[in-house]
Design a binder for this molecule. Structure first.
Ligand SMILES: C[S@@+](CC[C@H](N)C(=O)[O-])C[C@H]1O[C@@H](n2cnc3c(N)ncnc32)[C@H](O)[C@@H]1O
Ligand code: SF4
Length: 342
């Protein structure tokens, strides 16, 4: 492949495999209290042959593949997809709520994805108040099953990571979770992210902008993020910063990779974030860039609409961008839904 070809293909491909999920985590922008997916009469899902074709289309550019959901382990044929990607010499990672890990440990170790992120939000009681009764124990049993199966099969993969979303309900339990409630040595990496949210004004401005530039009529995905910043007022950001720093230090001592979103998490930055003063700090499915039911991923990637969006965001960010904790550390998305048009 020459340089022109390699830059004309994505280097990071994320499939929103399916919308379906077996949990209803309170803070989730998909299935939580304000989640956008409750409105969908039938949760969307990409057809496995279409995903396979798109993987094959992209493999030669050697991108990083990611799966997202919904719950990726509910996707029919997920292990076939992983095997195809790995056989093509690429890495693949995905998050999971962990509840299906125990049942899938054998298949998972055989398919050998590069890394699986297990989402847990605190010690058992705190996690389960946010993610559902019994979820902590199921996820921990799943982690143990993967570790056991890896050892029995003499396999190194998948690496396991643990990812934690900071909310008002769990911010004070970060240390007790990472340094007490789980066996940190089982994980290759840790990620601590802040609850993503947007103000009502931001979401409205975003809707106006998508309408003006792209004729998009409604922005339910963005609306799912709307929170009154007052709901974060109880977070002691000094304590939050101290606990994140403490976990980061222990990870460094134990050779565990530590990620945080945002990357910088001093008390002042955390305070700015949770009081919607994002401007003071050091994309979404509403805008479909194309539809792989209609055109191939590379056609879309090289097409006019992607160029238009790139040109726009080169000059100005979308007003909603600051709502996401990942902003501080994106891309448009291809739609899972047949009806969305380019
Ligand atoms: C939407 S879930 C999909 C994958 C899978 N169901 C899971 O829970 O890992 C992906 C990640 O988003 C996180 N998440 C959910 N709601 C969030 C929010 N409001 N802000 C930031 N992250 C959030 C979840 O904890 C999870 O780690
Ligand atoms: S398991 Fe994941 S997708 Fe399902 S509700 Fe929880 S955070 Fe959302």
């Amino acid at each position: 492949m020459n340089i022109a070809d390699s830059t004309a293909a994505p280097k990071w491909v994320t499939f929103q495999l399916l919308e379906r999920c077996n949990l209803r985590c309170r803070m989730c922008y998909e299935w939580g209290e304000t989640g956008a997916y409750h409105e969908h009469a039938k949760p969307a899902m990409l057809e496995p042959p279409l995903v396979m074709r798109t993987i094959d289309e992209c493999l030669s550019a050697k991108p990083l593949f990611e799966f997202f959901g919904g719950e990726p382990l509910l996707y029919p044929g997920v292990f076939d997809l992983i095997e195809r990607i790995r056989a093509g010499g690429c890495d693949v990672t995905f998050p999971t709520n962990g509840t299906l890990l125990e049942a899938s440990a054998e298949d998972l170790v055989a398919a050998a994805p590069t890394r699986v992120w297990v989402s847990l939000d605190g010690p058992a009681e705190i996690n389960d108040a946010q993610r559902g009764a019994g979820v902590f124990d199921r996820a921990i049993r799943g982690v143990a099953a993967v570790v056991r199966t890896r050892a029995a099969r003499r396999k190194r993969l998948p690496e396991l990571g643990v990812t934690f979303v900071v909310t008002p309900a769990n911010y004070a339990h970060i240390e007790s979770f990472f340094l007490g409630a789980i066996d940190l040595s089982l994980f290759a990496c840790v990620s601590i992210e802040l609850q993503s949210y947007a103000t009502r004004e931001q979401a409205m401005e975003y809707g106006r902008m998508l309408n003006e530039h792209f004729g998009v009529g409604a922005t339910p995905c963005a609306n799912a993020y709307i929170r009154d910043p007052a709901c974060f007022a109880g977070i002691d950001t000094h304590e939050l910063a101290r606990q994140m720093q403490s976990v980061k230090r222990v990870c460094a001592e134990q050779g565990i990779a530590f990620h945080s979103q945002p990357r910088m998490f001093g008390a002042a930055d955390l305070q700015h974030y949770f009081s919607s003063r994002w401007h003071a700090m050091t994309d979404w499915n509403d805008l479909a860039l194309g539809n792989i039911h209609e055109r191939s991923l590379l056609e879309i990637w090289r097409g006019a609409r992607v160029k238009e969006v790139q040109a726009l965001v080169r000059n100005q960010l979308f007003p909603i961008c600051t709502a996401c904790c990942r902003y501080y550390g994106g891309a448009g998305v291809l739609s899972t839904r047949r009806a969305d048009h380019a």
